[in-house]
Ligand binder design. Structure first.
Ligand SMILES: *[C@@H]1O[C@H](CO)[C@@H](O)[C@H](O)[C@H]1NC(C)=O
Ligand SMILES: CC(=O)N[C@H]1CO[C@H](CO)[C@@H](O)[C@@H]1O
Length: 426
């Protein structure tokens, strides 16, 4: 019997030890779970707080809150405002188009069919494009610290600009663009496409006997697919070349950053029909519509036809009217809204965006610098260096971004967009 009780006692003892173990394990895992929950909620709170702090800091950067930390930034803004172009803003929107069209004497003649009056309209329901909230918090922090560093070191921008002025691109030969027969196709002697980085036209389709056009493919990372083509505003003798380039590179969006004439000086040839259609060599361009978005920019839509193959394509031109040569736009906000409209139209395409002003370097370089940096951030870039990005642009086309004010404008415009994006975050 004693043996029996012992035997029966063993499993009893065993199960008691087992249940103690089980209890301990249960308590341990409950503690573990509670610990994880606590840690994650603390982490969440911290992130939330830093998120708010970041938002707060960035809105201070962008607003007029008179704080010491933002004084330098505001000084930067004031300097920028002091050189704002004397844009004629008194003109009513609806008559803007007439005054613009009547500025040239060298415009193309009218075509067969006129644009219907309804197509040429001022949009009464004009609205600003909202910022796309697509940035992660660490990118926001990174940009904030980059901006803060420019605020603290007053000389940093100055130093960066001096270094950029001394920067020598290598290679930098422009022998093709300066050759007899090609030289007359350049608007300026200073900005000629590099031999190693230029758009070439197909000889068999070109009007002249040359593959040269003053245009440079601009890559971001992918050397096979340029993101932009930076080019000069067409001359009367290079309009057909321009449309050939649009055709051969599959382009559907043109960003034009100059008025046709500034203070009596021609900046760009009127390279599209005022109404109806014009034929440029084998490329027929039909003006389909013209919408005035606001005082600062308008949008035209063209129907482009290759008369050799009968193929057609729709091309949209975004024309910024109030940005003068060697200058900056009146506000970052207007340019950012313009950029959002361009990118909304472009979204999902793989072809390069054509960007031109007069020489295709000052205003065009500034626009491309801003757009490239903002696109990289939207893709989650973990570092930002405006000066290095500009050197990357200058490796591909000379003189990109021409004044220190334009460089500072690019910086403040990027900061303003980051601010708008973070404000739009839920
Ligand atoms: C283009 O269209 C015209 C007129 O319809 C026609 O005569 C011509 O053969 C077409 N060309 C091609 C390459 O399809
Ligand atoms: C370097 C050069 O020859 N530049 C010319 C480019 O073309 C324009 C317009 O034809 C001329 O005025 C420039 O002299």
């Amino acid at each position: 019997a004693s043996q029996g009780s012992e035997i029966s006692a063993i499993p009893g003892k065993y199960s008691q030890a087992e249940s103690t173990k089980f209890l301990a394990l249960t308590v341990a895992s409950i503690l573990c779970i509670a610990g994880v929950l606590l840690a994650s909620s603390v982490l969440y709170c911290l992130r939330h707080r830093s998120h708010h702090k970041l938002k707060e800091k960035l809105s201070n950067l962008g607003t007029d809150a008179g704080q010491d930390a933002t004084a330098t930034y505001q000084e930067l803004c004031r300097q920028r405002m002091a050189v704002k172009p004397p844009a004629d803003r008194a003109e009513p929107t609806s008559s803007r188009i007439n005054s613009v069209s009547s500025q040239y004497s060298d415009g193309g003649g009218g075509g067969a069919s006129a644009v219907s009056p309804s197509a040429r309209s001022s949009l009464s329901s004009w609205s600003e494009e909202p910022a796309q909230p697509n940035m992660d918090i660490s990118t926001g922090h990174m940009i904030l610290s980059y901006m803060e560093d420019h605020l603290k070191n007053k000389n940093r921008l100055e130093k960066e600009w001096e270094a950029l002025c001394a920067y020598q691109a290598e290679p930098n030969a422009c022998t093709v663009g300066l050759k007899d027969g090609n030289a007359k196709k350049n608007r300026s002697l200073a900005v000629v496409a590099y031999d190693h980085c230029r758009i070439t036209l197909r000889l068999e389709n070109s009007q002249g006997n040359s593959d040269y056009i003053n245009a440079s493919p601009i890559m971001d990372h992918d050397p096979r697919n340029p993101a932009y083509i930076a080019t000069q505003g067409p001359l009367p003798s290079t309009v057909a070349d321009f449309w050939q380039m649009v055709w051969e590179n599959g382009c559907v969006v043109i960003v034009m950053l100059t008025p046709l004439v500034e203070n009596g000086v021609k900046q760009c040839y009127h390279y599209w029909p005022d109404e109806g259609s014009n034929l440029y060599h084998i490329y027929e361009v039909n003006l389909v519509s013209e919408h005035i978005w606001c005082d600062d920019f308008l949008v035209r839509s063209f129907y482009l036809k290759n008369m050799q193959t009968n193929e057609t394509r729709t091309v949209t031109q975004f024309h910024f009217l109030t940005w003068l040569n060697q200058n900056v736009p009146e506000t970052s906000r207007t340019l950012l809204d313009f950029r959002r409209k361009v990118n909304k139209c472009y979204r999902g395409r793989a072809c390069p965006i054509i960007v031109h002003c007069s020489d295709g370097a000052g205003r065009s370089g500034t626009y491309i610098l801003i757009d490239m940096v903002l696109n990289r951030m939207a893709k989650g870039a973990k570092e930002m260096d405006m000066a290095a990005t500009l050197e990357h642009l200058r490796d591909q086309r000379p003189d990109m971004v021409q004044t220190k004010d334009q460089f500072a404008f690019a910086l403040t415009t990027v900061a303003e967009e980051v601010n708008a994006i973070l404000k739009a975050l839920p």
